[in-house]
Design a binder for this molecule. Structure first.
Ligand code: KG4
Ligand code: ZN
Length: 337
């Protein structure tokens, strides 16, 4: 039996999880409330909070898994991409903990882990994609279409040339004065609004790539002009604005995903990352699946946003290949995918 401890500290969630082979035994996440006052993640505060959280979070993860640290086969951790100060906390902890236990360490790429979250075995996640499949990874910092041939063989076939989809949700929400993170807020409000109430332009970008910076600017200018006429414009149109913004982002995402399915001839389609928690996107994938004859894979909510269970499962696949990391490695901030 293989037990892997996963550690995730790339942004503002400190998380530790234990898996037994592919089965998740615990997945503990400490959210950092401190950033909401600032309307975004403050890197210095994030690394300090990781330092405070990491030991208790690991302790609870082991207790909930009902194993002792001596039973661990390896320690997997997020090496990047993310905030360097935050990554350093998880990386240093993983190295020293594994050294003390005399077990190997496994470095994990955060974005690949979001995709491999589909293989976490628990009662809410029993429908695994079959290789090869296409995954739309949509998070706060990244938007990618990935061809997944195996856990260790993934190729980015489309990506954003500027902002990420999650960033666009968060920035639009910030302009509207909604709390951080804005994605879930827009999702909630959009359910009460009419998507066609306002129209925002969609980018014309070649290939399977995305662009969201134009949409962000057009939302900003549109609201600036409307506020000149009516101080309460946002307040009075929150739901319709949210519905229009959300549906535009989803249309942009789906358009290229459909193209990717046609170009590759692959009809196993998955979504992953924080934005895959979005109810509108989840519905759109199911609908497109029915219309296009896709088999679709939508992760359970708890495995969409950042969590250590996805790091542990990605670590498990590497463990099977004896793919261990050196104690000398350092984290990376930018994607090395
Ligand atoms: O994957 P994730 O937890 O962290 C990164 O790796 O970036 O993704 C966080 C992003 C944030 O931008 C957040 O607003 C967005 O996911 N998000 C959502 C929803 N839940 C989280 N966006 C839209 N609708 C949601 N329900
Ligand atoms: Zn993430």
């Amino acid at each position: 039996m293989t037990y892997i401890l996963g550690i995730e500290s790339s942004c503002d969630d400190t998380s530790a999880a234990v898996i037994q082979n592919t089965r998740v035994l615990s997945n503990i996440i400490a959210n950092q409330k401190v950033h909401s006052t600032y309307g975004g993640v403050v890197p210095e505060l994030a690394s300090r909070a990781h330092q405070q959280n990491i030991i208790p979070v690991v302790d609870v993860a082991l207790k909930e898994a009902k194993i002792t640290k001596k039973q661990l086969s390896a320690v997997a951790f997020t090496r990047g991409p993310g905030l360097l100060g935050s990554l350093l906390v998880g990386t240093s902890f993983a190295k020293s903990f594994a050294m003390a236990l005399d077990v190997p360490i496994i470095e994990v790429d955060h974005l690949k882990a979001h995709i491999l979250a589909h293989f976490i075995d628990d009662e809410s996640n029993s429908n695994n994609p079959i290789f090869p499949f296409i995954c739309l990874t949509v998070s706060g910092g990244h938007t990618q279409i990935v061809r997944v041939t195996s856990p260790s063989d993934m190729e980015i076939i489309g990506a954003t040339i500027d902002d990420a989809a999650g960033e666009t949700f968060d920035k639009a929400a910030k302009i509207m004065g909604l709390p951080y993170p804005g994605g879930p807020e827009i999702d909630r409000l959009a359910n009460e609004g009419t998507p066609g109430a306002f129209n925002f332009p969609k980018p014309r970008i070649s290939d399977l790539n995305y662009s969201f910076s134009g949409l962000k600017t057009s939302i900003l200018y549109f609201l600036r002009d409307k506020l000149k006429e009516d101080d309460y414009f946002i307040e009075n149109n929150k739901a319709d604005l949210s519905a229009a913004i959300q549906s535009t982002i989803i249309e942009i995402l789906m358009d290229k995903l459909k193209k990717a399915a046609i170009q590759t001839g692959i009809n196993q389609i998955a979504i992953a990352g924080g934005v895959s928690a979005n109810s509108g996107l989840r519905e759109a994938i199911v609908k497109a699946g029915i219309e296009n004859g896709w088999k679709t894979f939508i992760p359970p909510f708890k495995f969409t946003t950042d969590n250590a269970a996805m790091i542990a499962i990605a670590g498990y696949f590497k463990y099977l290949n004896n793919d261990f990391a050196s104690q000398n490695l350092t984290p990376y901030a930018r994607s090395k995918f």
